[in-house]
Ligand binder design. Sequence first.
Ligand code: 5GP
Length: 310
Amino acid sequence: MSGTDAPGQTPPDVDRVAAARAAVAARRARAAVKADVAAGVRTPLEVAQAAWTPLPVDTADADPASAERSMRVRDLLTSIQGIGPARAEIVMGSLRIAPSKRLGGLGVRQRGELADWFVARSSRSRGSSKLVVLAGPTAVGKGTVSAYIREHHPEVLLSVSATTRAPRPGEIDGVHYYFVDDAEFDRMVADHEMLEWAVVHNSYRYGTPRPPIDAALDDGKKVMLEIDLQGARQVRTAMPEAVLVFLLPPTWEELVRRLIGRGTEEAAEQQRRLDTAKVELAAQDEFDVRIVNSDVSTAAQEVVDLFLAR
Ligand code: 5GP
């Protein structure tokens, strides 16, 4: 602000220039905060807490946290590794925060809930531990990508699901699945042993046994689940720190070709799975990351890179 404007000058223009400069500086400051969050230099909770510190009493002082206060909640969320715009929108919806809200404009309830969400998200992500959920439509190659990761990345623990379907030729109990009967599946659900479970393709039940996941994460290990869309949604609620990956086929025709070519299902079952795939493809925006499976080793590498990206 200047008090030395000479008569005849046009202060509004000067003000506009100053305001434009200030706006550019503010945007830069916010971009720097976002870069710090993306790089893991500051946690999102630290940024939020800076935004919520009381303003300096002496109003002549510059506001040291103005970049944080004026940052949109959505921008803070999307600067976190693994959170895209769709996921940010879902999170804000669940916390009842309007899309355009800035950190400094949040009410007491919203501040508390957002802080709790940050704590929940990071509480299990100690060290380099991380949970990646690989989902996607039938026959997209989730199984092939996870088999590739199992072979080439032994540091990643692949969860072994329980299922009520019968083993296919070559499948080994305890390696590909735990093959259980309905009574045992019921017991696991009743005893809260399932992190998530679902009826897949309207036929058999599949679920992720929780104890091995908890133990591995507590040991700081990297854990990957390869499950269906319904299960991925449940994990998002149960473990908000999980990164949800949606594996896509290069084209719909390629997906059909892979499903028919696999030859493991009869015609009626193939049709049922294609119907499920159509519905599942429509949900891809709910996911944090989308990876196109044109080439198995490239897709697998992209999935594994998510573990290292923090
Ligand atoms: P498949 O019978 O071909 O082995 O698997 C059928 C579907 O079940 C696949 O889409 C697979 O991702 C899904 N699936 C496998 N394990 C689980 C699990 O533990 N939970 C859920 N929700 N889906 C699973």
